[in-house]
Design a binder for this molecule. Structure first.
Ligand SMILES: [Zn+2]
Length: 157
């Protein structure tokens, strides 16, 4: 296992863990081209959503939230998210940050950063328990949160 971990690095573009020697399955080598990106705080959140089979699309892992200890906006992969959205013709960005103050602050900041793109931004429905972290939700809750996600940005013209 030590050998495996040694060759695993964080993708600079989407934040997922990938092999040092290969391209990134999450954002570069996708066999299918998706038009959605789901933004999560960490890799455990991506695994929860993947395992529940409720979402098909790209993931983007921020690596934390804005106000968690020692994390600054610059440390999170927000600029690279804006780049991906512009480059890959993404139609919808789903913000799946936790229902915590930090998670919501981060979501607000990302929404603001995406204003200059024409992409629709949605966030998971408010059925999330307050303080709920994505990775701790059961599939049923996650499913309804996805299904009932709401638009938080509409194009004014
Ligand atoms: Zn990647």
């Amino acid at each position: 296992m030590a050998q495996v971990y040694k060759n695993v690095i964080r993708c600079q573009s989407c934040g997922t863990l990938k092999s040092n020697s290969l391209g990134c399955n999450n954002c570069e080598n996708s066999k299918e081209k998706y038009n959605k990106i789901c933004v999560v705080e960490d890799i455990a959140d991506q695994w929860s959503i993947e395992n529940s089979n409720i979402y098909k699309g790209y993931f983007h892992i921020l690596g934390g939230t804005i106000s968690s200890a020692g994390q600054r906006k610059e440390d999170l992969l927000i600029n690279s998210l804006v780049e991906r959205v512009s480059r890959e013709n993404i139609e919808e960005v789903i913000l799946a940050t936790s229902a915590t103050v930090e998670g919501q602050t981060t979501a607000y900041y990302i929404e603001d950063s995406l204003k200059k793109t024409s992409t629709k931004v949605t966030k998971l429905a408010q059925g999330l328990p307050v303080g709920g972290e994505i990775e701790s939700l059961d599939d049923g809750t996650l499913y309804s949160a996805f299904k009932n996600r709401t638009g938080i940005k509409t194009n004014s013209d």
